[in-house]
Ligand binder design. Sequence first.
Ligand SMILES: Cc1ncc(COP(=O)(O)O)c(C=O)c1O
Length: 416
Amino acid sequence: MKASDTATASLDARAVREQFPIFRAERAKPLRYLDSAATSQKPDAVIEAMDRYYGTINANIHRGIYRIAEEATAAYEDARRRLADFIGARSPRELIFTSNSTAAINLVAYAWGRSQLEAGDAIVLTVMEHHANLVPWQILAAERDVELRFIPITGSGELDLAALPTLLADGRVKLVGAVHISNVLGTVNPIAEIARQAHAAGARMLVDASQSVPHCPVDVQALGCDFFAFTGHKMLGPTGIGGLWARRELLEAMPPFMGGGEMIREVKLTGSKWNELPWKFEAGTMPIAEAIGLGAAVDYLRSLGMERVFAHDRELVAYAMERLREVPGLTLLGPSEDKRGGVIAFTLDGIHPHDVATVLDDDGVAVRAGHHCAMPLHEALGVPASARASFHCYSLPEEVDALVAGLHRARKVFAR
Ligand SMILES: Cc1ncc(COP(=O)(O)O)c(C=O)c1O
């Protein structure tokens, strides 16, 4: 399938699904996979690209001067180019490979945060952050006596932007960090507007794009951010690879995060000089096969068309919300369907989400249950935990039907 011949048609999720070996595997009950926000499934194209690397050009990169080492280096750097282009970076040099979003945000907290922030500075985050965009800042805040402030949420699970001007008013804020699409509420946050206000107050803007890069068109220039973190395994790629995009001048000015091989240009016993971007931030042997697999995932997503992937997510979420409203005692968390991506969390009166997930698992329905690495958000919502269904390009309406049937069954099981 090429983007050009499918640009206007809607996504054929059934045809897409056939390209994912996990759905072709024989099993007692068909797999109804509704946990793509935790990790996505992998198409043949990604697995084959990684196999090809190991089977034909396995060698370390940037070191060997023999043929397969050069081919491996070219494949790795080519993956970087495709990924940079996918998110609208001006240059692949602005794109650092990391192991995931968590590592990307920690890189910013250590390399940028520790070189820029001092006692009395402040960081603004949101109440709906994943722990990955909260805990690294808590560690830094405790170390440097930096204040953390939070944009609250409204009753409908959106950011309460009316609070932002006050949070920024004293000129002490050096960084604003926000999740692009919430992994619990599905809320799509107005990043460009938040970035505009952050910049007007002299702060940098960091975006946790873990749930947006895999699902919708993104453009770091249009978002107007300074740091942008994402993770490969949620975007049909392998685990162990992700990325940090940042403005070149920021990366140039930042000290390295980790020291070791490859991130240096020259080493003497008395000191070292750092490599150029992006390698200054890529110490040690990198996850080469994973980067190549992620490059293949980008090609695959592009062939589907990100607009169509997002439209498919939103269609399914609208259908799921309609069907879930039929279940007595069920409370949907988060905003209306037009304001969210393909994520939907809910609670069921009197039944713990773990019990809900266990009953659903008997039917082959895989959902996530718990706090989804967003404990402060659950506290703000006044619930200890929730169950969550989430979609991707291979998700089907009958999986939603199986979810709803399983929820009716859970109510019967726990009514006894
Ligand atoms: C919004 C958000 N941020 C960050 C992460 C962390 O991703 P990773 O564990 O791949 O670093 C996740 C993963 O669930 C997420 O949903």
